[in-house]
Design a protein around this ligand. Structure first.
Ligand SMILES: Cc1ncc(COP(=O)(O)O)c(C=O)c1O
Length: 448
């Protein structure tokens, strides 16, 4: 295939609005035309390691013919058909059955969407519906956390805890409450002996008591906060959160949009802590990003509530593309690949290699924190590691590191001064080593 001229393409690009559009960020875009495994190739033939699985989603790596064939076969048979009640299709049914086997405990029923934010909106609406139907209509509030990224539809955006995403959209919906997320590196004990995980859990309990348990529908959180710079909570955090949610009749929604499908060494991230939420929201890795698909998996109890509703109070929630047969066929093929190639275990093992390798960067004077779990990690650089004082944001230190890494053949993104690493689960040791070396050189050159 010929790809034409880069400059011409970028001139034509004038009519396209990109996500997070700003011309400063689009001065020198990477024009990727091909990819294989963990390697991206741009329009001029330059190669880069995909250090972020593109957008944390290409879990099985690029160029998997099995997924292309699954899509082509399904499109040939039935590209699309409605999945609204009264109609169904085989891939959607099969994929829901498969997810039932993979999700923890009593999470047995799936509703499909086409992405992450709409999955979180679906989860939020379903939690509210559950309490309406349970005769407790005042339970509507949604508690979420600082640093959270749940997407940018109007509901998910209100749960998102990164202010930049709401600032200019004039929408602070009532019923959304934010609490502090545990951020171990920047944690300062509020009282002696109270660790970061316990403090984070207490923040939830205090918020529930402050708002009134009878007004709170659900707590939503990413098992590991991804977009905010891979913030891994302490081990005691999620089990305590589960206890508190149960104690106050608050549904627990796990936003597994990044952490699902092997990213942190389990089919679903919550399994790392042995925690069973009431609703899992998923997207990205379910198809490794080859086609858009997401969804929610709900507990038996929530499903009973939907299933046994009187006709005039049915769960009136829908999307045209819910249960899209082509997307579900790709999802099935993708899950088969993950299982057949042992990519869940591989993620765990290669994750250890990643953290060990990044550990070698500790000797650099401005490396503050190195953190991660599975194939999801970040290096946070700070002005003064002794006091953990961050750089002035105007310096754009993280963005300059990421730019330098791209010049040297590694693609990734950062949040502030945390540089993220989440290569495909098929990444090789050599690619990992190269990615870490390039990161080290970039950090050194930008911060020295
Ligand atoms: C944890 C999490 N939830 C939700 C979303 C939103 O997903 P989408 O962009 O598909 O709407 C993202 C996207 O990065 C995410 O990381």
């Amino acid at each position: 295939m010929t790809y034409g001229d880069r400059d011409q393409l970028l001139r034509d690009d004038a009519y396209l609005i990109h996500p997070l559009q700003h011309h400063v960020d689009h001065d020198e875009p990477l024009v990727c035309v091909r990819a294989e495994g963990s390697t991206l190739t741009d329009i001029e033939g330059n190669r880069y390691i995909d250090g972020l699985s593109s957008l944390w989603n290409v879990n099985v790596g690029h160029g998997r013919r099995e997924l292309a064939s699954a899509a082509a076969d399904q499109m040939t048979d039935l590209g699309f058909f409605s999945c609204y009640a009264g109609a169904t299709n085989i891939p959607a049914v099969r994929l829901a059955n498969r997810l039932k086997e993979l999700a923890p405990g009593s999470l047995n029923y799936t509703f499909f969407t086409s992405g992450g934010a709409v999955s979180n909106d679906s989860a939020i609406k379903t939690a509210r519906y559950f309490w309406q139907r349970a005769g407790r209509p005042e339970k509507t509030r949604i508690i979420s956390r600082t640093h959270a990224y749940h997407g940018v539809t109007i509901g998910a955006m209100n749960a998102t805890g990164l202010e930049a995403y709401w600032a200019d959209f004039a929408t602070s919906l009532p019923g959304f409450v934010h609490i502090d997320a545990p951020y171990p590196y920047h944690y300062r004990p509020v009282e002696p002996g109270v660790g970061c995980g316990e403090a984070g859990a207490r923040a939830l309990e205090e918020a529930i008591l402050r708002e009134g348990p009878d007004t709170v529908a659900a707590f939503i959180g990413e098992p590991v906060q991804g977009a905010a710079g891979v913030i891994v909570p302490p081990e005691d955090y999620w089990p305590r959160i589960r206890e508190i949610c149960t104690k106050y009749d608050v549904l627990l929604i796990a936003d597994e949009v990044i952490t699902g499908f092997g990213r942190i060494g389990h089919w679903f991230g919550v399994s790392h802590w042995g925690v069973e939420p009431d609703i899992i929201a998923f997207a990205k890795g379910v198809t490794s990003g080859y086609v858009p698909l997401g969804g929610i998996i709900v507990s038996d109890e929530i499903h009973d509530c939907i299933e046994n509703a009187p006709e005039d109070r049915k769960w009136n929630h829908s999307f045209t593309y819910s249960g899209h047969p082509t997307c579900c066929a790709v999802g099935l093929a993708n899950i088969d690949l993950i299982a057949r190639e042992g990519l869940i275990d591989r993620s765990r093992k290669m994750g250890e290699t990643l953290i060990d390798g990044l550990g070698s960067l500790r000797s650099l004077p401005h490396v503050g924190d190195i953190r991660g779990i599975g194939l999801m990690a970040a290096v946070e650089v700070v002005e003064d590691p002794a006091s953990r004082k961050p750089y002035d944001p105007a310096l754009k230190t993280g963005a300059r590191i990421v730019k330098k890494m791209l010049e040297n053949g590694v693609y990734t993104r950062c949040r502030g001064d945390s540089v993220n690493f989440a290569p495909p689960l098929v990444v090789t040791s050599e690619e990992m080593e190269r990615m870490i070396n390039v990161a080290g050189e970039a950090i050194e050159s930008v911060t020295s």
